[in-house]
Design a protein around this ligand. Structure first.
Ligand code: FPP
Length: 261
């Protein structure tokens, strides 16, 4: 049974954590958080485990972070799960990664329904193996009428590729006369990106110490706050997520204007 904030009775064991979550929830919460889930390989290496063990642990951690994000009232969570560049990894690793959405979505789907969470995806689904496509499509269809948080997976996603596709669509509309050159605005471009249904992320988190964007949401992150941590993704906890959101809440976003405006 869930209470009206989406909490289970068992959640209330850690009173300090609950209090912290409620405080975060009562302030200005980022409507959209994007996460680059990095460091699965290093997490595994530190434990003398194969890299794929890190990916599996990383997959399990998505549950923890989804639950926490949902509890504090985040509107959308976009997770970078597989980039257009990740196809260059060894075949076995790619095959393993492509099995994870199935495992995750099958076992987590009942809880996603209970939490009223809607699953979405950005990236080119057609190039994924059929079994991966089926798992993602099934989760998107099953959760389509949920009205709570959006859990958005970036799978076979690359921001530059997304921009190329967007330009192609826009140029086609200009060529067939449904759009005039003068009417192309920033909004036109946003509307042709794969994230057209989502607000731009307020906060970007990257785990595991790297300080780069790796072709993730380059247009959408123009005004986002960034949060980097040394923690590897499989160990990134609900407390770490709260720390990132608390830091976001203490910042003053100016969008190029002046303080206080
Ligand atoms: C980067 O770590 C991580 C990835 C390329 C894969 C991320 C995928 C998951 C966390 C699970 C996806 C699950 C679902 C349900 C879609 P890395 O391998 O580059 O780590 P390293 O830099 O330490 O080697």
């Amino acid at each position: 049974m869930l209470d009206k904030l989406g909490w289970r009775k068992t959640d209330k064991k850690d009173a300090t954590l609950q209090e912290r979550m409620l405080k975060v929830r009562s302030e200005s919460v980022p409507q959209h958080i994007a996460i680059i889930m990095d460091g699965n390989g290093r997490w595994a290496q530190k434990r003398a485990l194969p890299r794929v063990a890190g990916h599996h642990e990383g997959m399990k951690n998505i549950r923890t972070i989804t639950r926490c994000a949902n509890k504090v009232g985040i509107g959308a969570l976009t997770l970078y799960a597989f980039s257009t560049e990740n196809w260059k990894r060894p075949r076995k690793e790619v095959e393993f990664l492509m099995r994870l959405p199935e495992e995750f979505l099958t076992s987590f789907l009942p809880e996603l329904m209970e939490l009223n969470i809607r699953v979405r995806m950005i990236g080119e689904i057609d190039a994924l193996p059929t079994h991966t496509q089926k798992a993602v499509q099934n989760a998107m269809n099953t959760t389509a009428s949920n009205t709570g948080m959006i859990l958005n997976f970036a799978l076979n996603y690359g921001s530059r590729r997304e921009m190329v596709l967007s330009v192609q669509e826009i140029v086609t509309q200009v060529q067939n006369g449904t759009l005039s050159l003068e009417d192309i605005s920033e909004e036109t471009i946003s509307n042709h990106l794969m994230t057209s249904q989502l607000p731009d992320p307020d906060l970007l988190i990257r785990t595991s110490g790297e300080l780069r964007l790796s072709n993730f949401l380059l247009w959408q992150l123009a005004y986002s706050e960034f949060w980097f941590t040394e923690v590897h993704w499989p160990e990134f906890s609900d407390k770490d997520l709260l720390e990132a959101v608390e830091s976001y809440q203490s910042r003053n976003r100016r969008y190029g204007g002046l303080k206080g405006e």
